[in-house]
Ligand binder design. Sequence first.
Ligand code: MG
Length: 350
Amino acid sequence: MINRLNIRQMTEEREKGLSPHAVKSRLSRGRLRPEEPCPVRTTFQRDRDRIIHSKAFRRLKHKTQVFIAPQGDHYVTRLTHTLEVSQIARTISRALNLNEDLTEAIALGHDLGHTPFGHVGEDVLNEVYHQGFRHNEQSLRVVDLLENDGKGLNLTWEVRDGIVNHAKTRIEVLGRDWGEVNTVEGEVCKLSDIVAYINHDTDDAIRAGIITEDDLPLSAIAVLGRSRSQRINTMVCDIIECSWAVRGDAVMASPAIAMSPEIVEATNALREFLFDRVYNLRATVKEAERARTVIRLLYKYFNEHKDGLPPEYHFYSNGIEQRVVDYIAGMTDQYAIRTAEKLPDKVKVA
Ligand code: MG
């Protein structure tokens, strides 16, 4: 019955009404290994579902965003961050008549390669591993190779591109440095990631007592709003308005996802404030030091004791260091701490 109706083809037909700048699932550049299409879901919907059912996605629940293994129930984790990015990106995508399914798949997959202990974990792995470590590249490794017992999720080119090119350094919100994303949907996710973390990290920093609402830069708050929901709303509406040409109602060669100069300035000010007052503080707090020690210890130990690695990690790479990085990057905060505690005493002292 399902085959006769072919629901997927009906959805693909509907996608013809999307913006001329949207990616149509039928025109995807395809998967690393070709597969029979699903009778019900488009290729991007299928990618989204594969990500949701992956083990790496479940582990996001126990990975730190900024505050390491916090006691409170209301702190953001990698999982809730991911869901917030997805919500914001889908809202923008739908408003701009883009492919919401592609947007959702990229957003849900973007942080799958994140280490335990947030950016502290990422920084340490980057220091110790001679080839360097970036969470966005690891996210691609997860979906291409590590998930599904070493077979990977075999996602489409567009979702993989959005995942590997989502990240950037401390440069301004519209700046580019860690790779260009090649779809408008990917652009939406890249900006939505920033909108999400600026706002929930501000909230969490206040919750943790690191800053108070009165510390927030007045110039930014005056433009963006006093509450978290006001600020998200201001940013999202501004992005939609400034990116309206992406809908394709008027002819324009390659319109971009954009923000107005006023909102960009206020957003940059708030982000810089977070870097100075919240993110860089991580290096000094006790939990961050403990997290650094745990990662360094695990890295050293497993490089010297490769038989201690779970057997499946031996298939993923020929290099022992890469195997150790794959293993550690996949750990949740608590798993990393438990594993380090179980190491022989003489290793821990050293
Ligand atoms: Mg993110």
